[in-house]
Write a protein that binds this ligand. Structure first.
Ligand code: NI
Length: 182
């Protein structure tokens, strides 16, 4: 992905996108493939990156901004200057080893809990220029890719937790959403 967030031409057209918050049922929508990497998709990518950086997230799936197409943006770098764009991602390999990782999600603010993920994954996808690429990921990047690809399938990480924990999180989220509406 070549456009970087400091490019002035992009900044002019960029906008923060409203996020969906758990337990919004729209988060359970299964995304459709992106048909073409055109100007609409390039604008969406720029806006999703800005939204992710603004929220201090390391990944964002289009599902979370209520666009149900297979597109995710990620940046796990310390300097926040290595955006990764994956369009129509497909998992082509997973490690046999898994690990319990503490995860959070911009759609479930303030909640962190352990989820079992593959240590490494290889995915094929289109990049922001519509070019095919293969990404071999391990550690945090691998976890992030699995988390974001779940969003595209309509799955939020809290669904891996026990029903008891999930219900507690649901109540907490609904309560804070009601308080914000006041
Ligand atoms: Ni998430």
């Amino acid at each position: 992905m070549h456009c970087n967030t400091r490019c002035p031409q992009l900044i002019k057209n960029m906008a923060l996108l409203p996020l969906l918050y758990f337990p919004d049922p729209k988060l359970h929508t299964v995304a459709k493939p992106v048909a073409a990497v055109d100007s609409r998709i390039r604008t969406l990518i720029a806006n999703m990156l800005q939204t992710m950086y603004d929220a201090k997230g390391i990944g964002l799936a289009a599902t979370q901004v209520n666009v149900h197409e297979r597109l995710i943006v990620i940046d796990v770098s310390e300097e926040r200057d290595q955006p990764l764009v994956l369009i129509n991602p497909q998992t082509i390999w997973t490690s046999t080893e898994t690990h319990l990782n503490e995860e959070g999600c911009l759609s479930v603010p303030g909640v962190y809990d352990g989820v079992e993920r593959f240590d490494a994954v290889t995915v094929s996808a289109l990049d922001g220029d519509g070019e095919s690429r293969v990404v071999e990921a391990e550690d945090l990047l691998a976890v992030c890719i699995q988390h974001e690809m779940d969003h595209l399938m309509g799955k939020v990480f809290v669904e891996y937790l026990s029903p008891l924990k999930r219900n507690r999180i649901k109540k907490k989220m609904l309560k804070s959403q009601r308080e914000e509406e006041r």
